[in-house]
Design a protein around this ligand. Structure first.
Ligand code: PLP
Length: 390
């Protein structure tokens, strides 16, 4: 069976009521036949659900779908993308360890690495997402335990060479951890490049309708077992209600991504070279500095487009006032087109020097291209750009 069929047909075993749609197991705990069964479950002598902080059938259905797409054997679904990112770090890093990370990361990942992990004696080095293999390799220290990256990155859409990171992870026995949120597993499969752990903000394209928060981390049994231990005992579990919405949304992920990506490619082309636009970033635009690499590891350019508007933040304010269709909000991965100014929102807390390096300028806008008619969208962007002047 193809992935798109499996996404629709993977389902929790039917109950005695023979329901067609997936049921929602909104329950904190599960019952035992008798004390002996309780003991056997707690001793891992038999498989089964005990308590929803550990596992839940509705949550498991969502995990099974993502693991199938990511070609991973084990997963754990969490309350948000950031709790999944944190679980990956917390399960594998300890005082005295060193983390090697791409500098092009989502704002909260920077906060965890620079403000939280350092409190516990975990040091880090940032390397430019597009740096050569020799630069990445030089940054590996004797105590480096993990390599962490996001590709394409939020918001700059920089591409990290997944095969290169895989070679280094193997050579130095590092935990290879990838945030695959922007690409989704339909566009890029980090496991094919040797990744051990993959994380998603399910809040984004997996939900796809801007309703709920969720996250998931999946990977090899060896790397996932410590993560599952950490999550079961610290409690970032996803709620059954959110999993129930997500598992239904996963049925339409392939259809939605196809339209998101074709709309994004058309918007990027329409904005490229348009008066007032200094630069457009889109992985599958020939002008993207890593176009060849993007083509190698992604099957499409994705649904995010960023561009730099001439005139800085004052013009951005005028532009966003004139824009009528996109929602001005910091979320992404919605059926509705969303737009934000990363410098003042998602990345506002990131160190200014790092923001300059990453090209997060006052005039940069990040667009998550939705499912609206693309001609309507292009027309709206053009009128707002022209109307906002210089
Ligand atoms: C690339 C990336 N990773 C992780 C996250 C965090 O996800 P959540 O907001 O679900 O915690 C985000 C959120 O914007 C993101 O863009």
């Amino acid at each position: 069976m193809k992935d798109s069929t499996k996404l629709i047909r993977i389902q929790t075993e039917r109950t005695q009521h023979k329901e067609h749609a997936t049921p929602m197991f909104l329950t904190s705990s599960f019952t035992f036949e008798d004390a002996a069964e309780g003991q056997a479950l707690f001793n891992n002598e038999i498989a089964g659900n005990i308590y929803s902080r550990y596992s839940n059938p509705t949550v498991q259905e969502f995990i099974d779908k993502v693991c199938m797409l990511e070609r991973c054997e084990m997963g754990f679904a969490t309350s948000s993308g950031m709790s999944a990112v944190f679980a990956g770090f917390a399960a594998h890093l300890k005082a005295g360890d060193h983390l090697l990370a791409s500098s092009a990361l989502f704002g909260s990942a920077h906060q965890i690495i620079a403000q939280i992990l350092t409190k516990w004696g975990i040091t880090y080095t940032y390397v430019d997402a597009c740096a050569k293999e020799s630069v990445w390799e030089k940054a590996i220290l004797p105590n480096t335990k993990m390599i962490y990256l996001e590709t394409p990155s939020n918001p700059g859409l920089e591409i990290v060479d997944l095969a290169m990171a895989g070679r280094l992870a193997k050579k130095y026995n590092l935990v290879y951890f990838v945030d695959n949120c922007f690409a989704t597993p339909l566009i890029q499969k980090p496991v094919e490049f040797g990744a051990d752990l993959i994380v998603h903000s399910a809040t984004k394209f997996m939900d796809g309708q801007g309703r709920i928060l969720g996250g998931i981390i999946c990977g090899t049994p060896e790397r996932m077992e410590p993560v599952i231990f950490f999550c079961r005992h610290t409690g970032p579990a996803m709620s059954a209600f959110n999993a129930w919405l997500l598992t239904k949304s996963m049925e339409t992920l392939p259809l939605r991504m196809e339209k998101h990506c074709s709309n994004a490619a058309k918007l990027a082309e329409a904005l490229d070279g348009f008066p007032g636009i200094l630069k457009v970033n889109y992985p599958f635009l020939k002008s993207h500095p890593q176009y060849e690499l993007a083509k190698k590891q992604m099957t499409s350019g994705g649904a995010l487009v960023t561009f730099e508007l001439a005139g800085g933040f004052d013009r951005i304010v005028r532009f966003t006032k004139l824009l009528t269709i996109p929602s001005k909000t910091s979320n992404l991965g919605d059926s509705r087109t969303t737009i934000t100014n990363p410098n003042t929102t998602t990345h506002s807390k990131v160190d200014q020097e790092l923001k300059n390096k990453l090209g997060i300028t006052p005039g940069l806008m990040r667009v998550s291209v939705g499912l609206e008619d693309i001609e309507d969208l292009i027309e709206d962007f053009k009128q707002a750009i022209l109307g906002s002047g210089n």
